[in-house]
Design a protein around this ligand. Sequence first.
Ligand code: HSE
Length: 298
Amino acid sequence: NEVKVFCPATVANISCGFDVLGVALDAVGDEMTVRKVTEKGIKITKLSGQDLPKETLNNVAGVAGNAFLLAADYEGGFEIEINKKIKPGSGIGSSAASSAGAVWAMNHLLDYPFNNTDLVKFAMEGERLASDVAHADNVAPALFGGFTLVRSYSPLDIITIPAPSELFITIIHPQIEIKTSDSRKILKTTISMETGIKQWGNVGGLIAGLFKEDYALIGRSLEDHIVEPIRSILIPGFDEVKKTALSAGALGSGISGSGPSIFAFSKGKETAIKVGNAMKLVYDKIGIAYEIHVSKIN
Ligand code: HSE
């Protein structure tokens, strides 16, 4: 009647795939315990690690859980304990981890009435609360694992994509907070045909590179002509961190989700660590505290 789950952090967008591409990390995540109770509704009984609201309707796990309950053929409710390790506003899917973890655990406790795509739909309601937009590019990889593509939002169509065996990801999180809702407001709502052509060339290239285990193709497809030029202004030292990561041997680098975290892909763990050490130096120089993670992609 109780399950403890690991809820992974995720990197959304992966440069070229705004709102459609994402990947789950194995080294960073929250822990959550979910209990089946006879009392109706969702109750957040414990929340440690971060200062976040516990009221069901103000908490992403509560809202995602309510969406699950509304669709489930179940009279009772659930209690949730969250040990939040991912900082909100970090750009590595903090809200998605809680939303996805809650609905995954509930589905498990009711013996799997829903498939993963249904769960993504429920978890997206948590994202709507957190960022005003029900985007799926963090909750999809959190639920499916590995790389995911949201091929379509309506109807929801999620495709899992294999990860090459030697692909590692380095994340540096400068300790400032950027709200996804704020960093979405500054984006333009239209793009030119010319920009579109460059962008979908890269999305196709990245997907092909992942399938073919072609690391060079993955690297040269990690370009973003739409979002990064606008959002990078919010991230101190972004251009230099990216340049440094590439000189240290990264295949490519970009903004993680809506920032401020910056990710880099590398072939092999050693290179990923070296890239992290190089990225650190930039923030040491400008005097901004940071956290760093190196993760394999499964
Ligand atoms: N695709 C979303 C955005 C992800 O970039 O706004 C937020 O983590």
